[in-house]
Design a protein around this ligand. Sequence first.
Ligand code: GDP
Length: 692
Amino acid sequence: MMVLTKKMIEIRSILQKVGQSSTLTLPSIVVIGSQSSGKSSVLEAIVGHEFLPKGSNMVTRRPIELTLVNTPGSREEYGEFPDLGLRRITDFSSIQRTLTELNLAVPDSECVSDDPIHLTVYSPNVPDLSLIDLPGYIQVVGQNQPLQLKQKIIELCDKYIQPPNVILAISAADVDLANSTALRASRRVDPRGERTIGVITKMDLVDPRRGAAMLNDKQYPLRLGYVGVVSKAPQSQGLFKIGTQTNLLSTIVKQENAFFSSHPLEYGPEAGLDVGTTTLRKKLMHVLEQTMSSSLQSTSDAIKQELEEATYEFKVQYNDRPLSAESYLAESLDAFKHSFKQFTEGFGRPQMHELLKGELDQKVLDLLAARYWNKPIEDLTAAKPEPDSIADLPRSDPDSLYWRRQLDASTSALTKLGVGRLATTVVASSIQAQIDRLVSQSSFSSHPFAREAIMEATSTILNERYYSTSDQVENCIKPFKFEVDIDEREWAHGREHVQGVLKKELKDCESALTGLENTVGGRRKLKEVMAFVDKARKGDIVIEGDGRSGAGGFSAALLSRGREAVFLRDRADIIKMRLMAVKSKQCANLKNKYYCPEVFLDAAASKLASTAVLFLNVELLSEFYYNFPRELDLRLGRHLSEAEVERFAKEDPKIRHHLEVIRRKELLELVLDKMESLRQLEGKERDRRGIG
Ligand code: GDP
């Protein structure tokens, strides 16, 4: 019953997924032989296809771990390179090309590499086998080959011909067996000839009597015996290449039968010798099955030990906490949605109003600076204020057309500055920043993929709403472009609020001044250069060339700092004066709006903000709050493939390790389970044979 090898090959492919377990190797058949001994021909005859790299130069530079999987009932034959993700290659010449490329990729300096190439061939015509093809031994180092090559190949082969592997030692019949490098290597590691199969190729090249004597070799007797073959592939005939289309094996077998049966005396049944590729295949299957069977126990033990280690690690490092990539993603997503929900509860109309108003406050300050504060301030207050005359500060003519026009123009500028876009931009970028903050605080922070998906979800929704929202907002504030009506209550509120704005601006000016003091090296120095700038401005001093190369003993850089400082000081003075004005009795009265543009513009800005926010809420915020969780589900929810979820989870090194430990544990448990049933099956089989 040849089921064991198949099952063990399955188990081996599971173990390969476990990774990093060099101890868990199941027995294979290792193929060694000198160059040109016919090693490739034998392997290709077994597989039934030409697929190995060919060439005058040595091309096998990496071990090829070849797994043959018998697929009864199917007609298809194909190969796969699982490590490269190359599946279902039905064209064997393409397999050959890939193998050649992989081999040639090993740099000359390395000579050979012990990193194996994994190739699996599925076919109804192959037996279940696990073979390892190694670089052929070389006798003389070729002209273009590195000197250490010969030694490196020997070392590589030595690594593989250790127990429990079976050695398939290939020797050509036309070379004296005593000179066979393969048999000599084998003898070193298997002196009693217990796990070596001798293959003598090119039997057609020697006299049958000599050939038969070789198969009976007594110099190095092998328990598993010698097999003679003639596996030379028939020559390709023009375009019709035999190897790739027809099964190579049947051609070779025919050829062998013709040859061996033409020498019945030496190779006939009476001679009791093993000849032919079919015999070789059977022997390989049988031997591998036996070897697998006898290594069941030790492999089981090794797996048990590995499993114990994984279990221990799981317990100690992860407290036996179960985790899967899906559950991790689902939990992370839930937690993120939860934090988003919390955010939505704290961010609504009042918060949007505050944001927008803050932005408009800046615009109001700019307008004031451009339209009012740059004028000799006396114009506005009619007289330079004395400290004791603060109470009656604004004194300009209430009927002055000039001041009326100034306020109307400022208000118009405020309403026409593009409030729709400004409001939408401010709120959208605030939402974006908030989401970014939520991501950084969530477990998604260490997942670039999720991070990107979330940011994309955010900007997709916001971008979709952007134009319609800003249009709507712009439309709804349209009436204010013609008239802004302020009532007493709004005036009072504006007066209160703008004081805070002015105070803050004053503070900013003052701290900028202090900052300048520090950059020029102290207050005194700054004062000096400011005094110089003041004098120059009054015309007391003439600065040549605009002070580009310095003046008055000050460098150009210092002079520009001085000008900046003078500007800040003047601005601070004006703001102080305007603060007094706003606080004064006159400004308490809406009627005096022309002397108190700060209050009026503040109140107007509040009206704009309140109206804008109503629409922002409907058009942008509510839409976002509704769509965002759905968009998240779409991008990070059930729609992701298993591989994507896996890739996502593994982006976090901690999670990756946790998942790997669990996976290793599960795979090992699975393997152990399979091994146990196999052992029981084996036991029953033995009992049956014992009884029978
Ligand atoms: P490798 O270098 O050991 O892989 O050897 P190959 O399989 O490439 O064979 C070397 C050469 O020997 C090729 O030209 C084959 O055609 C030839 N050859 C292989 N097996 C036989 C055989 O059984 N009989 C004869 N006459 N030639 C063979």
